[in-house]
Design a protein around this ligand. Structure first.
Ligand SMILES: *Cc1c(COP(=O)(O)O)cnc(C)c1O
Length: 392
């Protein structure tokens, strides 16, 4: 099954667990999105922006020196790092921005953790001439001062959130509160395949361009399908974006790589699918990290884009039906991944993407014969230079 059911469930995951006042706006959003999917003029406008503004199609690059190092794997990178703003997030914010215009909304809101989704949202708001308000945990505002500066330059207003742990999940709660109050003129852009239906499905549809292109490019180059797909998983949008087009290709194995942070036996990780339990967070049923008394845990990863205590419902479903496998690597391993790709290929990846890269060393030891793999290179490493400089 690759479409959610009428109430937005992938198997038992997903759905809409929101205040009554949001049921109608979510229904309206779903209606407009369904109509847009059938409307050739929407597709044309989105394709135009993806091509002329964001830089699609991105290359599928065969990493020959890295492959030689790994011996048993032939590695291809889907280069989302080459997109405008430096990561895959722009695919989704362009799509939702165009929907906001269609719905005649004049105001955009979003939540952001590290600031990557905030920057992509502020970018699209500037492009489309829409007012933009970004909710960001007060802790994150301090830690990610450069991204706050970027958002301000792009004309967005950043509101620090001082409740709870003052991080991403609190920012998301505050954004939902704003939406309830201002729903008439406001469009809420969610940054991953999470949140209430129709968001997980909608964001997946906007990111699925990654896998559609990669599948076509790989077939043209290798005259066969790849043996493996792999991508890092925070909320799960770049991974689902790559996986979706291959759902029916039963022989293509899919591996999502989560952040094991300081280690799975500590409290400081973000390995939701490996260590989490079924629960409800930010409007949908999925798997999440919680304490013994049912509070949401604070997730940790060296990669700010991965430290989310939940995961998109469709990934919980893929794991349940065994369509994909989920593994994790630590902060330290991810740093090795960043160094490895930098030295072998001259590409400095984002710390998020570095998780999927270093996992290749483990995969290379497991495969029985020479195999091919497509890795989603979700973003570039520029944003991480200060973090890395401190650590190396
Ligand atoms: C935000 C981000 C991620 C994690 O988000 P997903 O929804 O899991 O894709 C991964 N890589 C980069 C570069 C990011 O900015």
């Amino acid at each position: 099954m690759s479409l959610p059911d009428r109430n937005g469930h992938f198997g038992k995951f997903g759905g809409k667990y929101v205040p009554e006042t949001l049921m109608a706006p979510l229904g309206e959003l779903e209606k407009v999105f369904r109509a847009a999917l059938r409307d050739p003029s929407f597709k044309k406008e989105l394709d135009y922006h993806l091509r002329e503004y964001a830089g699609r199609p991105t290359p599928l690059y065969e990493a020959k020196r890295l492959s030689k190092h790994l011996k048993t794997l032939n590695v291809y990178f889907k280069r989302e790092d080459l997109l405008h703003t430096g990561a895959h997030k722009i695919n989704n914010t362009l799509g939702q921005g165009l929907l906001a215009k269609r719905m005649h909304k004049t105001r955009i809101i979003a939540e952001t953790g590290a600031g990557q989704h905030g920057v992509a949202t502020a970018t699209v708001s500037a492009l489309m001439g829409l007012e933009c308000v970004i909710y960001m945990g007060a802790e994150d505002v301090k830690r990610q001062a450069l991204n706050v500066y970027r958002m301000n330059l792009l004309g967005a207003k950043v509101i620090p959130v001082t409740s709870g742990s003052r991080t991403l999940k609190d920012a998301m709660n505050e954004a939902i509160r704003d939406w309830v109050t201002n729903v008439r003129d406001t469009f809420y852009i969610i940054g991953s395949v999470a949140g209430p239906h129709p968001y997980p499905w909608m964001v997946r549809e906007f990111q699925a361009v990654i896998g559609r292109e990669a599948r076509r490019q790989f077939l043209a180059k290798a005259k066969a399908l790849p043996d493996y797909l792999t991508a890092c998983v925070g909320g799960g949008s770049n991974a689902m974006g790559l996986f979706h087009a291959f759902f029916r290709d039963k022989r293509v194995k899919m591996i999502g790589v989560e952040a094991a942070g300081l280690g799975l036996n500590t409290d400081s990780h973000s390995a939701t699918l490996e260590k989490g339990e079924v629960g409800i967070l930010h409007g949908s049923k999925s798997v999440l990290l919680e304490t013994k008394d049912g509070q949401i845990k604070i997730a940790h990863s060296i990669a700010a884009g991965l430290d989310y205590p939940g995961v998109g419902p469709e990934h919980a479903y893929y794991k349940k039906i065994k369509r994909a496998e989920y593994v994790s690597v630590t902060d330290k391993e991810a740093l090795d991944g960043l160094k490895l790709l930098s030295k072998t290929e001259g590409i400095i990846p984002a710390l998020e993407s570095a998780h999927a890269i270093i996992y290749l060393e483990k995969l290379a030891k497991k495969v029985r014969r020479k195999s091919t793999v497509i890795v989603c290179l979700s973003g570039r490493g520029d944003k991480d230079m200060a973090t890395i400089k401190e650590l190396i």
